[in-house]
Design a protein around this ligand. Structure first.
Ligand SMILES: Nc1ncnc2c1ncn2[C@@H]1O[C@H](COP(=O)(O)OP(=O)(O)OP(=O)(O)O)[C@@H](O)[C@H]1O
Ligand SMILES: [Mg+2]
Length: 230
């Protein structure tokens, strides 16, 4: 469903992504893993149009995505939870969530009930300012905001960075549930235990390239030693 073909990306004169290929099939749950600085976040930003690619193409169900402006990529059905969450600290939880509504093609006026079933804590905190939530609650808010658009694909960039274990567990449950209901998930994850619990497939990145791709059960110690910081 998502085909990233031969993309390269540069920050000025330094090349970060090198003729990278990545295929994500519909309904899969894929973990992208690799050391700090491998280019994982850069890859997702290229996918979302937040960074320009220098060559190559990105297709969503066969339709070019890389030629669309960034603001037209979420409405194409992609929910994105950026690294570091990026919620609006001065806006309330409700206002943060409503931003997602503006992106929906169907002009829905009400927040979907589903997000409060997944994250009941947000319902109790609708009028609280985003910046006053705990780190774990902010992460739940960021995921819920991505889900407001009812995406076909959910992309999460290290959702568990600096978050307490019980919320990590809950976020894992939510991802598993959404994937079981048919949502395609792309997850950047450094924590091996979480990746193994949630991911069905893995892709390992090193220096701007995909260097290994397989089913999660085939992620062995040799690959982990070679390409991950553990
Ligand atoms: N705005 C920028 N200008 C120049 N170089 C950048 C910029 N942002 C990132 N880089 C460089 O691009 C490379 C890839 O960074 P990226 O953030 O994609 O890595 P990552 O795999 O997501 O790392 P992490 O696991 O730490 O999040 C790094 O060498 C980084 O220093
Ligand atoms: Mg990153």
């Amino acid at each position: 469903m998502i085909a990233i073909n031969n993309i390269s990306q540069h920050y000025g004169s330094s090349q970060i992504l090198w003729e990278l290929d990545l295929q994500i099939s519909t309904g899969s749950c894929t973990c992208i893993m690799g050391r700090n600085g491998a280019g994982k976040t850069t890859l997702l930003k290229c996918l979302m149009g937040l960074l320009p690619i220098s060559s190559g193409e990105i297709l969503l169900e066969g339709v070019p995505l890389h030629t669309k402006a960034a603001e037209d990529r979420a409405p194409a059905g992609i929910g994105y939870v950026p690294q570091g969450r990026d919620i609006f600290p001065l806006l309330t939880v409700e206002e943060n969530l409503r931003i997602g509504l503006g992106v929906r093609k169907d002009k829905a006026k009400h927040l979907p009930e589903k997000i409060f079933e997944l994250f009941p804590v947000l319902h109790d905190m609708l009028q609280r300012r985003g910046g006053d939530l705990s780190g774990g609650q902010q992460q739940q808010l960021a995921i819920a905001r991505a889900l407001v658009i009812d995406p076909k694909v959910l992309i999460l960039d290290e959702p568990n960075e600096g978050i307490q274990p019980n919320i990590v567990q809950q976020i894992g449950d939510v991802i598993l549930q959404l994937n079981a209901e048919g949502m395609t998930v792309i997850l950047i994850e450094q924590k091996l235990g979480f990746a193994r619990r949630v991911g069905r497939e893995f892709r390992l990145m090193e220096r701007g390239r995909i260097v290994a791709s397989d089913k999660m059960e085939n992620l062995n110690d040799q690959l982990i030693r070679q390409y991950m910081s553990v």
